[in-house]
Design a protein around this ligand. Structure first.
Ligand code: RAM
Length: 351
């Protein structure tokens, strides 16, 4: 169904030269609700209910296409059934109806990236009462609404790398703004809070003038970029901690008078950012491997379904090619470290 050669835990850079992710067969249509499924070829060898459904923040986001393709790859490996459902827009409670349907269908696990830490909690806990395991990945809920959270990297690490990048790109002084995803997103809000603290502590000459929200929608993010540049004529840089936002902002900057004058960094996918690195619009950005994130979420789902782990601290499980992982405090499983992409290495990546 697909092939991938990705990055092992803790050694993202080491395998950079061989990184090639071919994502196929698992994407969804953009714009509206959709379902796609693929059944694994191998037999699971147990009567466990290995029907695992991925529920991204919204459909039509290349980041989730890649993470969910990683999930599908894992599920195929262990002989489960993969599906993906999701809303068109990343609204706080847009995922509730999908969770309710999956509960009625009696899936084995839901792997969800939450649009809101609270809004989907009741639905998730009802699912859990009905023997559905709940794995959050990418963006968490409150800890009492899920069994484990697959965290892409520590929030501190993700905040630090973005502050380091913008400070370097603007010469450590001047006005910057943040173009985020949705106002309720658990992950972006955690990173922004930490970035504000690091800026205040380590970069007294950088002024964060605004935080705006593009809702993980390309056009809204594009328009918010234009508005920022108009409102703050002295702006020196934009940090966008979302793959949708950074690509839209870079696209705007790339054909504007601000190209090369106003820095753009944050979190992006190499394929969406490649042309903006090559034309000098962006000097560099960060991310982790989304395919590995989905792959790990799928194996954690399997371990929960089969009763190998409960989500308690110290639980361990095998995650295929990624090796063994341990559940940390609060049911968190850590994938690895963020990685910086720039003109020197972007040609080595294809996702
Ligand atoms: C977007 C989403 C996702 C986030 C990435 C960096 O694709 O908001 O949740 O982790 O950006």
């Amino acid at each position: 169904m697909m092939s991938s050669r990705t990055f092992r835990k803790g050694s993202f850079a080491a395998l950079a030269m061989t990184a090639a992710l071919v994502v196929s067969g698992c994407s969804s249509d953009s714009g509206s609700e959709s379902t796609s499924s693929a059944t694994g070829g191998a037999e699971g060898g147990s009567d466990a209910n290995l029907a695992i459904t991925f529920l991204p923040k919204n459909l039509g986001n290349a980041y989730f296409d890649t993470s969910n393709a990683g999930g599908a790859e894992a599920i195929e490996e262990f002989g489960g059934t993969y599906a993906e459902v999701g809303p068109a827009e990343a609204a706080p409670d847009a995922q509730v109806s999908y969770i309710n349907t999956l509960t009625q269908q009696g899936v084995g696990a839901i792997a969800v990236s939450a649009n809101d830490p609270e809004a989907i909690c009741d639905a998730l806990n009802e699912a859990r009462d009905n023997d559905v395991k709940v794995v959050t990945f990418d963006s968490d809920t409150n800890t009492d609404c899920r069994d484990v959270f697959i965290n892409q990297a520590t929030s501190e690490g993700i905040a630090q790398v973005q502050v380091d990048l913008i400070a370097e790109q603007i010469g450590d002084e001047g006005q910057i703004a943040i173009l985020s995803a949705t106002a309720n997103a658990t992950n972006q809000n955690a990173w922004i809070e930490l970035m504000e603290g690091i800026l205040a502590e380590e970069h007294p000459n950088i002024e964060l003038v605004d935080v705006v929200y593009g809702d993980d929608d390309d056009q809204t993010s594009f328009d918010k970029t234009a508005a920022l540049l108009q409102t703050y004529p002295d702006l020196k840089g934009i940090v966008s901690p979302t793959t949708v936002g950074i690509a839209a902002a870079a696209r705007y900057l790339s054909t504007s008078e601000y190209q090369g004058e106003v820095a753009i960094t944050g979190l992006g996918t190499p394929n969406q950012m490649r042309s903006y690195i090559e034309d000098g619009t962006s000097a560099g950005f960060a991310l982790w491997n989304p395919a590995d994130l989905g792959y790990l979420a799928a194996y954690a789902s399997k371990a929960l379904i089969e009763g190998e782990i409960t989500g308690a601290e110290g639980d361990t499980f095998e995650a295929g090619k990624l090796g063994e992982y341990t559940v940390e405090a609060d049911g968190v499983v850590l994938l690895g470290d963020p990685y910086v992409f720039d003109a020197d290495n972007i040609g080595d990546f294809d996702f």
